[in-house]
Design a protein around this ligand. Structure first.
Ligand code: SAM
Length: 283
């Protein structure tokens, strides 16, 4: 049974009397070319353990199970658990976990194994999921995810773009992003309002990151403060933000060493410049 076939998914929904949950971002992927494209882009082999977030009806899961050594899939909707068990009963390389990926302890689930993350993400929590995964990157080799098209673009943006922000900087600090597929809304059931894209984030080894910061956590505090009040000057944003409270003289001195104007906004700084600023403000 090919779970990438829209007629099969429609039939399961009908037979199981399943109510699709908009609140969980349920748009099931029903296009075999795209499913194959995701697995190919993620470069899944029989040596790989895959973490899938939100298996839904199991379409992507089935393609991953065929290609990988093992798939660990985390699904929040308890109504989907018996359906998934039934749809994927012929596979013995699936570990199915019922829970909210943002509340589970991923370290406990992964048990130190290195994984590739592959998912058609629920769009209402794309950013917190990607941020959480990037912060846990020691065990993650790559993240290949379907997201809203604009979000995929935001992950690749630099200064000068309206959508440049904390997500762009986190993605580019920890990984090399590449949009690998554009996906029409017609490939889903039910059809979402927006088009989508699959983006692959190849996670850098810590020592190979092109931008290094002495204290990445501190740099991200600065980045959050800068973009929380993105219309303010960096000087004001860093002194006002409860998380940073950096005296203006200190920021002025750092900006002057960097050859930057005191009226510059955070949105004008590159990742390299945020790292430089963070190193200067730590002293
Ligand atoms: N992977 C399936 C596919 O491609 O057809 C379904 C993708 S659908 C866009 C998102 C899935 O994530 C749904 O199955 C939804 O129930 C699940 N989900 C939503 N919020 C979640 C959360 N916090 N933790 C785990 N799964 C979640």
């Amino acid at each position: 049974m090919d779970l990438g076939n829209p007629r099969i998914i429609q039939q399961i929904i009908k037979e199981q009397n399943f109510a699709v949950q908009k609140k969980y971002g349920q748009n099931f992927l029903v296009d075999t070319n795209i499913l194959e494209g995701i697995v190919n882009a993620a470069e899944i082999t029989k040596d790989d353990v895959v973490l899938e977030i939100g298996p839904g009806m199991g379409s992507l899961t089935q393609y991953l199970l065929e290609a990988a050594k093992e798939v660990i899939a985390v699904e929040v909707d308890k109504m989907l658990i018996p359906i998934l068990k039934d749809n994927l009963k012929e596979y013995d390389n699936l570990t199915l976990i019922h829970g909210d990926v943002l509340k589970l302890d991923l370290d406990e689930i992964l048990k130190g194994q290195r994984v590739k993350v592959v998912a058609n993400l629920p769009y209402y929590i794309t950013t917190p999921i990607v941020m959480e995964l990037l912060e846990k990157q020691e065990n993650i080799e790559s993240i290949t995810v379907m997201v809203q098209k604009e979000v995929a673009q935001r992950m690749q943006e630099g200064p000068g773009s309206k959508s440049y922000g904390a997500l762009s900087l986190a993605v580019q600090f920890y990984s090399k992003p590449e949009i690998v597929l554009n996906v029409s809304k017609h490939c889903f059931l039910p059809k979402p309002d927006v088009d989508s894209a699959v983006i692959k984030l190849d996670i850098y080894k810590k020592e190979e990151r092109p931008v290094q910061a002495k204290d990445a956590e501190f740099m991200f505090c600065l980045i959050r403060a800068a973009f929380n009040q993105r219309r303010k000057t960096l000087l004001n944003a860093l002194s006002n933000d409860a998380g940073t409270k950096i005296p203006k003289e200190k920021t002025l001195e750092a900006l002057s060493k960097m050859g930057k104007s005191e009226s510059i906004r955070g949105e004008a700084l590159t990742l390299q410049e945020f790292a430089e600023l963070s190193d200067l403000l730590m002293i």
